[in-house]
Design a protein around this ligand. Structure first.
Ligand code: TPP
Ligand code: MG
Length: 675
């Protein structure tokens, strides 16, 4: 049977008849407000009152005024760097927007985000974005959350013509189509991406037509014509609310100002082109239509302009009076507070593997909280290629244990968007190396959302997967990338080496309100069963474990290196050298106290990790020991890691590449001045 669309039930009135006189008045008022906001923002930028940069949407006001009023209070929108119009149209207060542009504490992001990050979660504004195309990924996630909750809410993700050439556009169009997400992809085609003409860099007939490739209904409208925009958005919203999935709208428009307020670029547009577009001014057009159809008089228009100007001036005055944020408050927003968890239980007789321990944490947390969902490639029906999610699809169903297309960028951004709308999401990177395709979502979005959006965003996402070498998968399936993430404020990095820790830390990661990078290891997947209590428990991050006590040297090791450090310690014990092995368990937060307490006792330290030495975890630990326990050291801190080389495939070379107990023992002997 052919699909019947909700749109088939509509009588196809011309778009311009959908708006009545009152709606036109409201839209005109909104467009004037946006134009005045942008015009004054530019003046304030030139005066140095607004710093950094901001992007004017003058010329494009009809899109915000046409599309946003279609959204209900509970609906959401995501916008981009040129987003002032969208946020104003969704109900943002111009006072708090100006305050944000001026970097003030009462701005929407507490002065920590600026123009490109205006967000107001209470009004469904999930944020403007400084990364081209990012809103589409986050939008998919927010839409997924609404779909799972059966809330009936829908959303719009605005983006530019330039963003239509980002990979995330294609990945998310596919994702939204297959999952029938209640999302409107809204492309504001203003004919340029910064200085580059759209036609020069965009293949195919139109951006709208790209929807056809994904089976997404699409519309191409005059972006300076309010009624066309309203009509297209209403049709898209009807489809989304009826569960028919996404629509792609392309609206043709033009920005009057330069790319950004900061831009001072050589000319790339002709004045003739600029003048042509100015003659299609959406405000003048609407005013003319209202004069014609509604008897709207010049004096009504002038009165409305005056009202808008008064409102915007009052907003600017208010914003100027606000105070600036304090560093202490700002720092408190980087990571969310952690709910205290009871001390974890002692081990008993029950034994399960490292893999089973993680699966058990998933199952227990999913049973405890229906907002916990798992997404990733092949995690559902087959339970993941390493079996970490085995049995969960059968128990919790395909909605919560979600197989995805091979689209790491979209999966990871979708997770962040869903987390912003109330889900707790665990994302599997099938092999940890593939996380490089998730970097925008993790580093630019998840890590920064809470701080950059002024402390409002909760982003409970666990990005997890197996890193490390040892099973001959060659250089693109074996890297140890912990320091990529440890250097990003806003992320926590967990790295359990035992089944007990894996379960407790995964539980803690899922319960955490911020993003966690959860590193597993392929060799640990192959390990024997170990004692793990059946009862649910969380381990507090930032508490190192003393794996083995000793008095002569401290060895700090993570993941698969812990067992090798213990083997080295056993070997050295026979030679009369007592090694204390410490597993930090979480790289960030790091329990430097336990490490330094141990060094104060042993006076020597060796750090072992699988990643290459340069820029590695060892350097961080070594300098922390120097800063905190220099006076106790009897020898320089030594490091054991991989050589400056990709991981080799060849069996013998891979073994030689990875630190082993012999190399660890040699390093300990050298700091003990024993040969
Ligand atoms: C991923 C990414 N690449 C490049 C940039 C720099 N940049 C900011 S805006 C912009 C042009 C975007 O063009 P478009 O999507 O058409 O939006 P418009 O500025 O025309 O509204 C570029 C290249 C960025 N912010 N993010
Ligand atoms: Mg553009």
């Amino acid at each position: 049977m052919a699909d019947v669309s909700v749109l088939d039930a509509l009588d196809h009135r011309p778009a311009s008849n959908l708006l009545g006189p009152e709606a036109r008045r409201e839209a005109l008022r909104l467009m004037l407000r946006i134009r005045r906001f942008e015009t004054r923002a530019k003046e304030l930028f030139l005066q140095g009152v607004i710093k950094g940069t901001a992007h004017s949407s003058v010329g494009q006001e009809a899109i915000a005024a046409g599309a946003c009023p279609v959204l209900n209070e509970g609906d959401f929108l995501l916008t981009h760097h040129r987003g002032h119009g969208h946020t104003l149209a969704k109900g943002a207060d111009p006072r708090r927007m100006f305050a944000e542009l001026m970097g003030k504490a009462s701005g929407y992001c507490g002065g920590l985000g600026g123009s490109m990050h205006i967000a107001d979660f209470d009004s469904g504004i999930l944020g403007a974005n400084g990364i081209i195309g990012a809103g589409m990924g986050l939008g998919c996630g927010a839409a997924l959350a609404e779909q799972l909750d059966q809330s009936g809410h829908i959303g719009v993700a605005f983006f530019g013509d330039g963003a239509a050439n980002e990979g995330i556009f294609h990945e998310t169009m596919n994702l939204a189509a297959i999952w029938r997400l209640p999302l409107i992809f809204f492309c504001e085609n203003n004919h340029y991406g910064l200085s580059t003409p759209t036609g020069m860099v965009t293949a195919g007939t139109t951006i709208a037509a790209r929807g056809d490739a994904y089976g997404i209904p699409n519309d191409r409208v005059d972006g300076n014509e309010l009624a066309q925009i309203r009509g297209a958005t209403e049709r898209a919203a009807l489809r989304a609310r009826a569960g028919e999935g996404p629509t792609l709208i392309e609206a043709l428009t033009y920005r009057w100002d330069d790319h950004s307020m900061r831009a001072n670029l050589p000319a790339y547009r002709t004045s003739e082109e600029e003048e042509n577009w100015k003659s299609a001014d959406p405000i003048i057009r609407l005013e003319a239509e209202m004069a014609d159809r509604d008897g709207f008089l010049k004096r009504d228009y002038d009165a409305m302009v005056l009202e808008t100007e008064t409102e915007i001036e009052a907003a600017i005055d208010w914003a100027k009076d606000q105070t600036e944020p304090e560093m202490e408050t700002a720092l408190s927003l980087v990571t969310p507070p952690r709910a205290p968890s009871p001390a974890p239980p002692l081990v008993d007789d029950r034994e399960i593997t490292y893999v089973q321990a993680i699966t058990e944490a998933f199952a227990q947390e999913m049973a405890r909280d229906e907002n916990v969902i798992l997404i990733g490639e092949d995690i559902g029906r087959i339970g993941g290629i390493f079996g970490l999610t085995r049995g969960l699809y059968e128990r919790f169903g395909p909605d919560r244990v979600r197989d995805t297309p091979i689209s790491e960028g979209a999966i990871a951004s979708c997770a962040v968007g869903a987390a912003m709308r109330g889900k707790r999401v665990v994302v599997e990177a099938q092999l940890w190396d593939f996380v490089t395709l998730m970097m925008d979502a993790i580093v630019n979005q998840a890590a920064k959302a809470r701080y950059m959006l002024g402390g409002k965003a909760k982003v409970p996402v666990v990005f997890r997967g197996p890193q490390g070498a040892g099973i001959r998968l060659a250089a693109q399936h074996t890297q140890s990338l912990e320091m990529f993430f440890a250097n990003v404020p806003g992320l926590e990095v967990y790295a359990p080496s035992t089944a007990y820790d894996a379960k407790g830390l995964m539980t803690a990661a899922i319960r955490h309100d911020g993003p966690v990078v959860f590193l597993e290891h392929k060799l640990l997947y192959l390990g024997q069963s170990q004692p793990v209590p059946e009862t649910p428990y969380a381990i507090e991050p930032g508490r190192a474990r003393i794996v083995r006590e000793g008095n002569d040297c401290t060895v700090i090791a993570t993941l698969a290196m812990v067992e090798r450090a213990v083997q080295a310690a056993d070997r050295l014990a026979r030679e009369g050298i007592g090694v204390e092995v410490i597993d930090p368990r979480t790289i960030k937060p790091l329990d430097i106290e336990t490490i330094c307490d141990s060094v104060r006792k042993t006076n020597r330290a060796v750090v072992v990790h699988e990643a290459p030495l340069f820029g590695g975890f060892g350097g961080e630990i070594a300098s922390s020991i120097m800063e905190n326990a220099f006076d106790w050291l009897d020898a320089p801190v030594a490091r054991v890691g991989a050589p400056e080389s990709p991981v080799p495939y060849n069996d013998r070379l891979e073994r030689a590449y990875m630190p082993d107990s012999r190399r660890i023992a040699d390093a300990v002997k050298s700091v003990c001045y024993r040969t």
